[in-house]
Design a protein around this ligand. Sequence first.
Ligand SMILES: [Zn+2]
Length: 253
Amino acid sequence: MRSYINEDGLIPLLITIAVLALIIGGLYYMYGNQKQVVPVQSGQCTCKDIPDLKNRLNEVNAAIAEYQDAIGTQQAHDAKAGSPTMYNEDDYNEERGNVQNAIIAAHTKGTRSGSGDTGTDCGTTVTAATPCLQGSFQTHENVHAATCQRIKDQLKSEGKFSWTTNYKDSMTMIDYWNDEIAGYRAEIPYLNQEIAHAKSTPGCLQYECKKGSGKFFDTATACTANCVRKLATLDNWCWEYNPGAGTYTGQKY
Ligand SMILES: [Zn+2]
């Protein structure tokens, strides 16, 4: 087969391209200041997202509790050792496994969730089943992106930054886990606001176990299954309620 670039010329050409790509990439990484924090849109969640949002709240609380536990253990360890443990892959991976298990244990069957990551370039990636959930995970990653950017700027000002620098290496293990807690905590107001917004969308009905009790369920089935009704008086039924209008529909189960 006829080739326009002979093999002797092709390899040096490829090497040149690779070297140029590395240099350009490195310069971009060091001096590029593209926005890493992605703005989160609110008011995207609707009635059908409520179970996902409630599930995520449970996952978030389980993750926070697990990280707090790890911090307690680490503090005791560091006090004994007389110096703080710096970020390291072994402790990171072990605790990440524990948090994954806590999240799995807290997960409500049938609900959707997602995942996110912040790279050493402070760029965020989020994978979520819905735009509603995407907002929660992006809110979380934005905390890490801001931390990454802050550490990167600090290192640059001290002349300690190169394109191979991982911002996490400047953190203690406890700093890192606290940043995780901050990420999860940032999701809580997003989730609560979106639950309130979703409930207020037209046609989004709630079911209250005993009129006026304040004990609401997302479906009539969930309400009747969890509503103890010793006396068959009307007030003890599951009352259909329209949070958007602030009224009972008159339907009872
Ligand atoms: Zn995180």
